[in-house]
Design a protein around this ligand. Structure first.
Ligand code: ADP
Ligand code: ASP
Ligand code: MG
Length: 424
């Protein structure tokens, strides 16, 4: 007998029939004698609808400002998960399984105060463990917890993955299964590249990079938690027949295991390609080339919670003026330009230029640490397709390349095949 946390994403619970299918997956594990807790997302499309309502409310009232109270955003958007948790508990009860739904505050899942993007700080697993011992299945609403202000706090988009891994760590589960609409983690998004290959295993560090560079199959924070707490996490499909052979295999369930790199016997140089759309580039021209200028630019941007990514500073020709270029999410361009404008005197530049609709494609692999020439291969492959590179950043295990938006899919496909990742 083992202890398993099962998480089901939005498409897996999109309607009542799919919730019934999810209940069959849960029943399979319960019937096998395992202790089970379940974490659910809102029904597919629900969270987007709720976010849309929140964003429209001030406009409908004719408010001067488009801003709204983040605590009320959380009160609204957390409701989607509540519905699914209740519906799944009903489905399980109808299959004679002892099940009960729980919201984040009831568990309780304690978070920090960052409404809309809160981080889990503590979960008391004792009560769930006790109920598991009594044969009860806890069906927990994902994506939500309760903040120090005693109000519902949500964990950022895709946050149910993080709820699941955090619950798994809290109850010391033997496994955390993330059920989704693909049957594992692929070498790149299988919806963009049909030749993508499913990975049997992927190292925590690589999955962290893939997720933070755009592969939304797992929320970044869930991978961090799995890595820190050593949670054995599998990504697998909810769409397969719950009773198909091998589905209940405890040690080797179908899907991709996220694990320590030493568990991976044959490490490829490149493991995967990720991409992030809607990047924007901002350039400050004829900037004073003096100590403190970067702090004068990026300090105020950070204070305004603008996430700056790639930074390129040109070498100054005459030792007095230079150019600085960096990227931010497209949605933050207006705010960034305003912040730079407000600080123009202090920073000291001539003009600010910007370009939106760019895409960042990234090549990821732990094998890069010990192999030369990985970046050169990417640059040549993109050049052969006539794709212009606007900026580059690298780390030990990744290369990120900024390009024009319309070339996104071509670039991802090109990089995927130039490293031999296409399935034969
Ligand atoms: P859920 O609603 O179950 O949380 P998500 O939509 O958040 O599901 O994540 C699953 C999606 O992630 C897949 O449908 C797929 O298009 C996308 N994806 C992006 N990159 C990858 C990848 N490398 N491997 C698998 N899926 C990926
Ligand atoms: N329902 C939330 C979202 O769409 C959380 C999740 O699905 O993980 O972002
Ligand atoms: Mg998700």
């Amino acid at each position: 007998m083992a202890r398993i946390v099962m998480k089901f994403g939005g498409t897996s619970v999109a309607d009542l029939d799919r919730i019934k299918n999810v209940a069959r997956h849960v029943k399979r594990e319960v019937d096998a004698g395992h202790e089970v807790a379940v974490v659910v997302s809102a029904m597919s499309g629900k969270t987007n609808e709720l976010v849309g309502w929140v964003q429209n409310m001030p406009k409908v009232v004719g408010a001067n400002s488009p801003f709204y109270d983040a605590r009320e955003y959380d009160a609204v958007v957390a409701s989607g998960e509540q519905v699914t948790a209740g519906l799944l508990a009903i489905a399980l009860q109808a299959m004679d399984i002892n099940a009960r739904s729980w919201q984040g505050w009831q568990i309780s899942i304690r978070t920090d105060n960052a409404h809309g993007a809160a981080r889990i700080q503590e979960i008391d697993g004792a009560d769930i463990v006790k109920r598991m011992g009594e044969g009860q299945v806890a069906v927990i609403a994902g994506f939500q917890g309760i903040g120090p202000d005693n109000r519902i706090a949500t964990l950022g988009r895709g946050g149910s993955d993080t709820s699941a891994v955090a619950v798994a760590a809290a109850v010391k589960a033997d496994r955390c299964d993330i059920y989704t609409d693909v049957d594992g983690v692929y070498t790149t998004d299988p919806r963009i590249v049909p030749q993508a290959r499913r990975l049997k295993k992927i190292a925590f560090e690589e999955m962290l990079e893939m997720a933070s560079l755009g592969a939304k199959v797992l929320q970044v924070r869930s991978v961090e938690l799995a890595m820190v707490h050593k949670v054995r996490t599998f990504v697998r499909s909810s769409f397969e027949d719950p009773d198909a052979p091998g589905m209940g295999d405890f040690l080797n369930p179908p899907g991709t295991l996220i694990c320590d790199e030493d568990e991976i016997v044959e490490q490829e140089v490149v493991t995967g390609i990720a991409y992030a759309k809607d990047e924007a580039q901002i350039s400050l021209r004829r900037l004073a080339d003096r100590p403190g200028v970067s702090a004068a630019i990026f300090g105020p941007l950070a204070e305004s919670h603008i996430n700056v990514d790639m930074i390129v500073q040109n070498i100054s020709e005459d030792g007095s003026k230079t150019d600085m270029t960096f990227t931010v999410p497209s949605g933050d361009v207006d705010k960034a330009i305003k912040v730079l404008g407000d600080n123009k005197e202090k920073i000291g530049y001539d003009v600010v230029q910007n370009e939106s609709g760019l895409v960042k494609v990234s090549v990821i692999g732990i094998g890069m640490r010990s192999h030369a020439g990985v970046a050169a291969t990417a640059f040549k492959a993109l050049a052969d397709k006539g794709i212009n590179i606007k900026a580059i950043t690298t780390s030990e295990i990744k290369i990120s390349i900024l390009i024009d938006g319309p070339y996104a899919e071509l670039a991802v496909r090109t990089l995927h095949s130039c490293y031999g990742l296409d399935k034969n």
